[in-house]
Design a protein around this ligand. Structure first.
Ligand code: CO8
Length: 279
């Protein structure tokens, strides 16, 4: 089922019919995307990928300032790409399936607003790769991360060979990928793959608190930070600093910059900070 709060009733009913494996819930200034295919531990088949893509296209960026991605149930975030669906693919179909995953994960990675992965269990193969396309990963204490693909006769094909090395360093990424060994939450925390580990029952509250905190900050500035970090990481330092300067400059003269600084400079102790307006 697809729940939607930001569009007309006609639009809602259209989306409710089409979304089989994605739940979308807007909660004020942030929204939660749940991969909802619990009987297959939320494995990513083509339909899940297509629906995730459509869901991202539908996010109301005028009102939503942060996304959370999680999996349905208490056991699994996403247990990988769907092995049954992949088992009979030809070379060309395999490449096309890899592209389908890469395209939607890249859309998530470059999405204008921050995305938090709330990893509530298995994050294997495509699940680990999905989490790595998000800006921030936090997990439950039962989470398990891994890239088991070489044990199945394939490579990590949804960005794993690229993003894992960038996040945890080439040596650790190569070890995880070549050995296909899964790691538990505490090890994922130790190597910097996740930022924090919570008891399962506290994970979503922690993710929502973080999302609400992000959503309170000036939206143009938050979006600019995401762009500066992402684009800067792909550039050399001289170019990266130019990217930063442009985005920094772009914040000036906005209502949010004027208000944020005026609020700081105002010495009235009774003042209450109003929400930032601009997206
Ligand atoms: N694909 C399809 N079905 C799955 C998957 C999956 N990745 N993972 C679990 N399921 C299904 C099981 O088949 C089972 O279904 P059924 O009840 O109909 O038999 C159901 O989910 C429950 O799973 P289990 O009974 O196995 O549950 P367990 O608690 O015993 O085990 C595990 C949980 C350890 C997570 C186990 O299910 C497992 O090892 N799953 C596979 C994990 C894996 O190898 N993931 C990587 C897949 S490859 C990948 O992601 C490649 C990404 C890049 C693709 C590039 C394309 C070219």
């Amino acid at each position: 089922m697809f729940r939607w709060t930001g569009h007309s009733p006609d639009y809602v009913s259209e989306r409710q019919e089409t979304m089989e494996y994605i739940l979308y819930e807007q909660k004020g200034a942030y929204a939660v995307i749940t991969i909802n295919r619990e009987r297959a531990l939320n494995a990513l088949n083509s339909t899940v990928l297509e629906e995730l893509d459509q869901t991202l296209d539908s996010v109301d960026l005028d009102t939503v300032r942060c996304l959370i991605v999680t999996g349905a149930g208490q056991k699994s975030f996403v247990a990988g790409a769907d092995i049954g669906e992949m088992s009979t693919l030809t070379k060309a179909e395999g490449e096309a399936f890899g592209k389908k995953g890469n395209d939607v994960f890249r859309k998530l990675e470059t999405f204008p607003i921050p995305v938090i992965a709330a990893v509530n269990g298995f994050a294997l193969g495509g699940g680990c790769e999905l989490s790595m396309s998000c800006d921030i990963r936090i997990c439950s204490d039962n989470a398990v991360f891994g890239q088991p693909e070489v044990g199945l006769g394939i490579t990590p094909g949804f960005g794993g060979t690229q993003r894992l090395a960038r996040l945890v360093g080439a040596g650790m990424a190569k070890q995880m990928i070549y050995t296909a060994r899964n790691i538990k939450a505490d090890e994922a925390y130790r190597i910097g793959l996740v930022n924090a580990v919570y008891p399962q029952e506290e994970l979503m509250a922690a993710a929502e608190k973080m999302a609400a905190g992000i959503a309170k900050n000036a939206p143009i500035a938050v979006r600019s930070c995401k762009k500066a970090i992402n684009e800067g990481l792909d550039a050399d330092m001289d170019q990266a600093l130019v990217i930063e300067e442009k985005l920094f400059g772009g914040c000036f003269e906005t209502e949010d910059q004027k208000y944020g600084m005026a609020f700081f400079l105002d010495k009235n102790k009774e003042k209450v900070k109003a929400p930032f307006k601009n997206c």
